[in-house]
Design a protein around this ligand. Sequence first.
Ligand SMILES: O=P(O)(O)O[C@@H]1[C@@H](OP(=O)(O)O)[C@H](OP(=O)(O)O)[C@H](O)[C@H](OP(=O)(O)O)[C@H]1OP(=O)(O)O
Ligand SMILES: Nc1ncnc2c1ncn2[C@@H]1O[C@H](COP(=O)(O)OP(=O)(O)OP(=O)(O)O)[C@@H](O)[C@H]1O
Length: 505
Amino acid sequence: MELDKMDENDWKYHGEGNKSLVVSHIQHSRVLRLLKYPSEDAENTHQIHEEVVYIPFFFPTKQTTEQAFQHILNIVDYSRNVMKPLLGEKYVHSGEVVKLPLDFVRKLSLKIQQERPELRCDKVMDTFSGCGLCLPNLTHLSPCHFGDHRPPLCVEIKPKCGFLPFSRHVTKECKRKVCRFCMHQHFKLANGKWNRLSRYCPLDLFSGSKQRMYIAIKNLLEEPQNNLKIFKGGELIYSCKDDAKQQPDLNELVQHLWPYFHHSNGHQSSKTVLTEFIQVICSALLSTGDSNRSGEQRKMQLSDSRVLCEASPLHRDLLRNDVPIQSALHMGALHPYTWQAVLVFPKTVSLAKILQAQMMDNLDIEGLYPLYKRVEQYLEEFPKESEKHVPSEDDGSIEYAVAKVLQYRVAMTAKDCSIMITFAPCGEDEKLQPHLEIQPTKSRFAFSVSILDLDPKPYESIPHQYKLDTKIVNYYLKSTITTQELPPSSLYSERQDCMLLFHPV
Ligand SMILES: O=P(O)(O)O[C@@H]1[C@@H](OP(=O)(O)O)[C@H](OP(=O)(O)O)[C@H](O)[C@H](OP(=O)(O)O)[C@H]1OP(=O)(O)O
Ligand SMILES: Nc1ncnc2c1ncn2[C@@H]1O[C@H](COP(=O)(O)OP(=O)(O)OP(=O)(O)O)[C@@H](O)[C@H]1O
């Protein structure tokens, strides 16, 4: 990429989240990630004072171009030096900071404006610093493959927090039974963020059980919200609609998928196509990504009480079928026709890596917040930090509090990251390294798994997290919405879900 010859016509709108906007190159497998800031700040933007451009960049404090560059550099450093060692070299692409011509960025911003979803237009793209992040386009597969004409499919999942808090600091009993995502759904519905409750429960996705993962992905397909996007050949083909009242069209998705799951020996029903599609996703998510498959993989295991969320449709299915929860949890190893509720996937699996990082939040926000206050107070009294030994137990020291706050921020990043699973069919005689292929059904696929959006979460967001946690829990407790009010599954009947559940593992 020649930075002095940047042309906005070589780039197109690709997607965005709350903090950044992404454009992709029309020929090369590259994306540019540009940061955003609230549009009300844009009015005060660009005050030129003593030849310095001030930018209302992400935080209330104004930043110079140099500070903006440093800010993006911090994002890369954090991804490379903190998150990558935790999540694994093979899953993380930290990218590189680039300085872009301002003229290019401004023209690009105008060009893509009409493609941006309305719900994201409360923020504007940064057109003042000229700084961005250049990354590989993860919706593509590396060029080492392909004799096949079918473009790669890419599934992006934002899994959110996959465990129930185990901290002794938790004061509300419901937090030990119902996961944060499921509780938050009710709060989001009440606030108009979404119009329908999602049946997805992160604890199913992180369960390590193929059946539960299958159900989690099926539920994401039915109600993607901001947790699922599907790309084909780098183009977004399935996600929540801009008008959140509308549901995305699963039949349309099946039409896209059909050429990938069509077998010569007969007609595939929509359901079979979706089933095979989900199986490919599960296989990729469960792959260890290691070329060396011999030898026992170290397994990750959670205690029974942490693996099932009482608000999840799965839990209700068990109750409806009169399966005692605790015995269901234990049956995994004993019964040939049951599901494994206990998390048993190898530690190198992407989901296990993410979960381990999330669980660095071992105090819960309720236990962390007083430590945050301790740090706040210390910083007021002694603004210059000192480096001292970090105690493993809380001895009332500032060192312990600082270490825990840092640990919590890592967990926050892991609770908000996304996974991209990209795959494409490969021919029967195409030779691939074993760790780069999966064959969950009749078809063989080359695939890759990546973890993205690994930005550091600001220290200042901890008080917000503390307040939000209280609001979510209080709303959930007082809400009259019962779990019966979950919308019925449109993909399969509840009964079929159960049949799936009790399929052999
Ligand atoms: O707090 P949460 O769990 O609602 O997560 C926020 C996300 O909302 P979600 O619940 O996933 O719809 C939120 O996502 P959306 O904007 O709702 O798509 C952001 O990812 C936000 O992170 P940041 O402030 O942009 O760095 C996320 O904030 P952090 O908690 O990561 O700070
Ligand atoms: N390297 C990449 N390759 C392909 N697509 C990408 C890449 N990085 C980001 N994207 C796409 O751009 C979207 C926005 O990026 P990202 O999730 O980093 O934004 P964000 O604003 O930081 O998110 P959040 O709302 O979680 O804060 C992603 O959902 C993904 O679809």
